[in-house]
Design a protein around this ligand. Structure first.
Ligand code: SF4
Ligand code: SF4
Length: 164
């Protein structure tokens, strides 16, 4: 089948706020050889539609969601993803949602039609399994008292421990 993104200038990568898990950050750092601090940010939740179990709480800052620097995404260059093989799992499934429906908000009309005929590139179970693991890490962070540790370091350390 024709690649539905062929006739598009990567509108999703330029327009969306890219929210991710610490597993996504880990893979992106390995492929891009950049430090996570270079391309990672915390997006305040008031601006987003979000899964409440991915919200990170802080004592002296607004609740936020882990993300990649966006508008456009840090990793886009000449309308192509520079970390394609290690792109965040939600990117690999877009515009298919977690429920396997299609939400092609920024896609051109013809691409929307093609996506409706095509399965997501990544199986739903692979995505949800990793997301569930990330939510457990977030839950532990939110329960921490004092929160003196750097949040990103905490998330990445917990992720590495799970992967080892
Ligand atoms: S990581 Fe790649 S696929 Fe995902 S938004 Fe950024 S450029 Fe697009
Ligand atoms: S998913 Fe849609 S908006 Fe994103 S690059 Fe493909 S066609 Fe464009």
């Amino acid at each position: 089948m024709i690649n539905p993104c062929k006739a598009c200038s990567a509108m999703c990568c330029k327009t969306y706020t890219i929210t991710v898990t610490s597993f996504d950050i880990q893979r992106a750092a390995t492929q891009s050889k950049k430090s996570p601090e270079e391309f990672t940010t915390l997006h305040p939740v008031r601006l987003l539609a979000y899964d409440p179990d991915t919200v990170l709480d802080f004592e002296n800052a607004p609740s936020s969601i882990l993300g990649i620097k966006s508008h456009p995404c840090y990793f886009i260059k000449e309308n192509l993803c520079t970390i394609y093989n290690s792109a965040p799992l939600s990117c690999k499934r877009y515009p298919h949602t977690i429920n396997n429906t299609v939400n092609p908000r920024f896609c051109p009309f013809v691409s929307q039609l093609l996506f409706r005929l095509r399965k997501p590139d990544l199986d739903r179970t692979v995505f949800t399994n990793e997301l569930d693991q990330y939510k457990e890490i977030v839950k532990k962070w939110n329960k921490k008292q004092g929160k003196k540790e750097n949040c990103l370091e905490y998330l990445l350390k917990a992720t590495k421990n799970l992967l080892e």
